[in-house]
Design a protein. Structure first.
Length: 267
């Protein structure tokens, strides 16, 4: 792990699947990322807060509020913020079709982003390509309960690791990578999303939803998934020359070089 000094600036940043309102949300790490990374465009690609969990039990830590305040501060400083709701914050979809703004944040069902080198990217959350969410929401909620249980174990597991002097490691991401059905689902999902981009006549697609950061070509279409902030703590960024990159903040985040503790971010 290396200490990061000066702030980084990008043309665009995409983040999704933050799940504010859950104990599994890595809000402190996201706040740290937002503190050290600026952009002209910031896309919030769905599931920024978790309405499903908040309906069942209220949880809202100060760090979750700090993330919201930090995003609003970026708006005031001139960042164009576009919010594309997902299935966990789907209550906002009732307003996104009207092209509404709140706090200077633009609500949209989807977006087209043109990179500095001319690539046209469709930006969507991606739950429409998950058959379980689309056709059997009760089963999706059951899966959400099981996933939340694993995330709860992940929190306890990493508290123990921290006390032993080890860094963050995602138990849930490890289990997902080892389960054959999960691997097959991710592959099918990526192909379906890429096919939608081809159907729309765009060069690529940016999505979230499955909590698996990835950037690769699929049959001539650029597939980008910006990951999540409960397992991998990743974002997709565009450099000013149009290059796209996945940032793994757990590997690049700002550590205090003496204590190796996460340096507190200023909201």
């Amino acid at each position: 792990m290396t200490f990061l000094g000066p702030d980084r600036e990008y043309r665009a940043i995409w983040i999704s699947d933050v799940h504010l309102g859950t104990r599994g949300c890595q809000a402190e790490f996201l706040l740290d990322f937002l503190r050290y990374n600026d952009s002209e465009y910031l896309y919030l690609v769905g599931d920024i807060f978790d309405g499903w969990r908040l309906k069942k039990s209220w949880f809202w830590a100060q760090s979750h509020n700090d993330v919201i305040q930090k995003i609003l501060r970026k708006v005031r400083k001139g960042t164009k913020v576009v919010y594309i709701p997902g299935n966990h914050d789907e209550c906002l979809r009732d307003f996104s079709g009207a092209q509404l703004q709140f706090g200077g944040i633009q609500l949209q069902d989807e977006a087209i982003h043109e990179t500095a080198d001319g690539k046209r990217l469709l930006v969507i959350h991606g739950d429409a390509f998950d058959g379980v969410v689309k056709y059997a929401k009760w089963l999706a909620h059951l899966g959400d309960w099981a996933y939340s249980t694993v995330l709860g174990l992940n929190v306890v597991f990493n508290l123990i690791r921290r006390r032993l002097g080890y860094g963050y490691w995602s138990l849930s991401a490890y289990l997902k990578a080892k389960v054959k059905n999960a691997v097959e689902f991710i592959g099918d999902y990526e192909k379906a999303v890429a096919e939608e981009a081809r159907r729309r006549g765009v060069d690529g697609i940016v999505c979230g939803h499955i909590h698996k950061a990835e950037m690769r070509m699929i049959d001539g279409v650029l597939y980008c998934n910006d990951g999540d902030w409960v397992e991998s703590c990743t974002a997709l960024v565009e450099h000013f020359d149009g290059r796209l990159e996945i940032v793994h903040w757990m590997e690049q985040r700002a550590f205090d070089p003496l204590t190796r503790e996460l340096r507190p971010a200023v909201a």
